[in-house]
Write a protein that binds this ligand. Structure first.
Ligand SMILES: Nc1ncnc2c1ncn2[C@@H]1O[C@H](COP(=O)(O)OP(=O)(O)OP(=O)(O)O)[C@@H](O)[C@H]1O
Length: 338
């Protein structure tokens, strides 16, 4: 199979472009050294205003790509332009135009409260005091920061800190925001807040988003395009539903029952029509918790739940999205050829 490639509008303005981008690392193995090609001939174009998910298994080359896009790493060969600039030679200029958020690394000063942090960042970016006041107020409101503005960063919860990080990265209203695993470790509510904020920011200011994530819901809620990499090469460029569908990825309904129950198999509608695309994929504690994978193209979550509740009483439920690792595994299993 050849990689699916999205047709992007050639007339739209380009915000990220790479051509045959390569990055190698020399790694010591015992007494000898060997070369690892973390990024291997990557060519892509991202237009202004797009929201793109950059996904792939662990070690696929995502972080290395992001580091080259932001000027942290120099490419071994090939070309890269971010906001029209060469990131390695124009790193300072680039910093004024982009915002970068690392889910696993804080960019805030640990001992300072956010109230003292933002004026420093505003000064670094050369914002006027009026602009600083306006933008800080906008971000404090949108990210609901008011309650902990005076707390030193080290005392914030992870969810609070990530909201503070986002405000810091977006204070100068960058046209491009690059996020590396922004929702990692966050609870459901904090994830929802972050996504809601990024969506609103994009709608209001036309901000371009590029994010890596292992959470498929981040992509579902935020991105209209997905780039899938494996061993540093682009395997897929298109939308998420097509990728997930082509890989047969399914959601899972997890039900906790009032009483132990035999396996929930052969489920059907009220009129006896069997539900298609549903499989029991787990049963624990004598059937008190059962997991049903379902294909949303064939059976909706509501129909499936109705079929379960006709059989037995449900105490609690949740729906697990297919995770990207699973989709990626399916890509490999299907023998997609690069
Ligand atoms: N500084 C480095 N020195 C040597 N090898 C490296 C270095 N950085 C990355 N690599 C290797 O390059 C490959 C790609 O790594 P990279 O961190 O870009 O992957 P990733 O897709 O971001 O993975 P993850 O999802 O686990 O963060 C891996 O084989 C990794 O071991």
């Amino acid at each position: 199979m050849t990689p699916h490639t999205a047709q992007t509008d050639p007339s739209g303005s380009t915000i990220i472009e790479t051509r045959d981008l390569v990055r190698e690392f020399s790694v010591r193995k015992g007494l000898s050294r060997r070369v690892v090609r973390a990024v291997d001939g990557l060519s892509l174009r991202i237009g202004a205003g797009e929201a793109v998910g950059y996904i792939g298994a662990n070690g696929a080359g995502k972080s290395t790509t992001i580091k080259m896009l932001t000027g942290i790493l120099v490419p071994t060969s090939g070309e890269v332009r971010t906001c029209g600039l060469d990131p390695t030679t124009r790193r300072r200029d680039l910093a004024r135009r982009i915002g970068v958020v690392f889910g696993q690394r804080s960019q805030l000063w640990w001992d300072l409260p956010l109230r003292e942090t933002y004026p420093i960042l505003a000064a670094i970016h050369g914002l006027s005091s009026e602009r600083e006041r306006e933008r800080t107020a906008e971000l404090v409101d949108a990210l609901d920061l008011a309650a902990f503005l005076d707390t030193p960063v080290r005392q914030l919860s992870l969810g609070q800190r990530m909201r503070g990080e986002l405000a810091a990265a977006l204070l100068h209203s960058p046209g491009l925001v690059i996020l590396d695993e922004p929702t990692i470790g966050l609870d459901v509510l904090s994830k929802a807040q972050l996504r809601q904020f990024l969506r609103a920011e994009r709608e209001r200011h036309g901000t371009t988003l590029l994010l890596t994530t292992h959470d498929m819901s981040d992509i579902e809620h935020l991105c209209d395009r997905v780039l899938l990499v494996d061993s540093g090469r682009l395997l897929y460029d298109g939308d998420l539903p097509s990728l997930a569908r082509s890989m047969g990825a399914r959601r899972v309904l997890v039900v906790d029952l009032e009483l132990p129950h035999p396996d929930l198999t052969d489920l059907s509608d009220e009129d006896g029509t069997p539900l298609a695309g549903v499989d029991l994929v787990g049963s624990e504690a004598d059937g008190l918790r059962q997991r049903l994978a379902f294909d949303t193209e064939k059976t909706s979550a509501a129909r499936l739940l109705a079929a379960v509740t006709r059989r037995t009483d449900v105490r609690d439920l949740s729906i697990e999205e297919p995770d990207i690792e699973d989709v990626v595994r399916r890509v490999y299993a299907s023998g997609l050829d690069t």
